[in-house]
Design a protein around this ligand. Structure first.
Ligand code: MRU
Length: 354
């Protein structure tokens, strides 16, 4: 991957771009200070960008990996001709190893694999694989718009809301999941102020969610993660609204570390708790949250802040980057296929039967 300057204003809805045969990712590590893009020309660079958090957020990771397969298809066909299908297996493995928790990555790779299988051996697969990646991207934006409206319909406003991490256009194909609900609700006059957890250690709340909301003119107030319960205790917060990296068949939900504590605090204070996610985030192969793999990253991410060590010399740190919120703490899971209230395995299965 390579840093480039593109002649366009960085835009939450243009975090993932395809230009002149290459993939460009808005470098989210640099926001809100710098708006730079990273160019990826093969699957290896794409996987590196996902692992390094250039792009992050479950749906955005899946979309990016799909474009990575499109890059790989073109290169493998150029190098191996009719043998490209065997050669591209390595690229699928490289992309799948980039991050473990967000199931959208594996969902998108499965869909791209299905396209690979259906294509002829001899012809250049570049155009067909690009079209599939672009379809995944476009469908995610539509899903967000639909679930955004469905989630907004649950909110009796105006009310303040709490959110965690970044679930906006940066984390998706565009519009956002939890932030999509908040955007749709704001447009309907249902939101007073969005209280955004800063979301240590990567600060997705302060750096990304606040950046997106401020650009939209939606009132946002940042708070330390530990302040959320105190904010709820003061009153006036109707909902906590979060996204998801993987939802188990019974509704248990893996999301950014701190989500579980937020859900416990919400239940204690009578604040309703909403998970907003496309159905590509639901993993029906895992029965409960206990089976969801939780990524642990470098302790240095916790031991430092803004590039400076903040942990006392000689101490270590534990850095799980997701946790699992039990379904029993979730009032609503909102998807593009419909809303599941008080989620259970049966109610979630019914989403897919409809
Ligand atoms: O580590 P990240 O930044 O990829 O974690 C992102 C989250 O936890 C989001 O809440 C989740 O992916 C939903 S994004 C629509």
């Amino acid at each position: 991957m390579e840093e480039v300057r593109l002649d366009l204003r960085a835009d939450a809805n243009r975090a993932i771009l395809w230009r002149d045969g290459d993939l460009y990712l808005l470098d989210q590590r640099q926001l809100p200070h710098e708006e730079r893009y990273v160019r990826c020309r093969d699957a290896r660079a794409t996987a590196d960008a996902i692992r390094a958090m250039v792009v992050r957020g479950a749906p955005a990771i899946g979309i990016t990996a799909a474009y990575g397969v499109a890059l790989a298809g073109r290169l493998r066909h150029a190098a191996h001709g009719a043998g490209w299908k065997a050669a591209i297996a390595e690229d699928f493995a490289t992309l799948a190893a980039s991050r473990p928790t967000a199931v959208n990555l594996f969902w998108a790779l499965d869909r791209m694999r299905g396209r690979v299988v259906a294509l002829p051996d001899g012809a250049d697969p570049g155009a067909a694989l690009l079209a599939e990646a672009q379809a995944i991207h476009a469908e995610d934006v539509i899903a967000n718009r639909v679930l955004g409206d469905l989630g907004a319909a649950l909110i009796a406003g105006p009310t303040d809301v709490v959110t965690h991490c970044n679930t906006g256009g940066l984390a998706t194909g565009g519009h956002g999941t939890a932030l999509g609900v908040i955007r749709s609700a704001w447009a309907q006059g249902l939101i007073g102020c969005v209280y955004a957890d800063e979301t240590r250690p990567w600060l997705q709340g302060s750096r990304l969610t606040a950046w997106e909301l401020a650009r939209d003119g939606i009132p946002v107030s940042l708070m330390a993660d530990g302040a959320a319960a105190a904010r709820m205790a003061r009153g006036g917060v109707g909902w906590a609204i979060v996204g998801a990296d993987r939802i188990a068949a019974n509704g248990d939900t893996a999301n950014k570390i701190g989500t579980y504590g937020l859900a416990v605090a919400a239940r204690y204070h009578g604040v309703r708790f909403m998970v907003a996610a496309p159905t590509s985030t639901i993993d029906r192969t895992v029965a409960t949250g206990a089976q969801i793999p939780i990524e642990e990253r470098d302790p240095a991410e916790v031991l430092s802040c803004g590039g400076r060590r903040v942990g006392a010399p000689g101490v270590d740190a534990w850095n799980p980057v997701f946790d699992v919120t039990p379904a029993a703490l979730i009032d609503a899971i909102v998807t593009e296929r419909g809303v599941v209230l008080q989620p259970t395995a049966e109610r979630i299965a019914a989403l897919f039967d409809a």
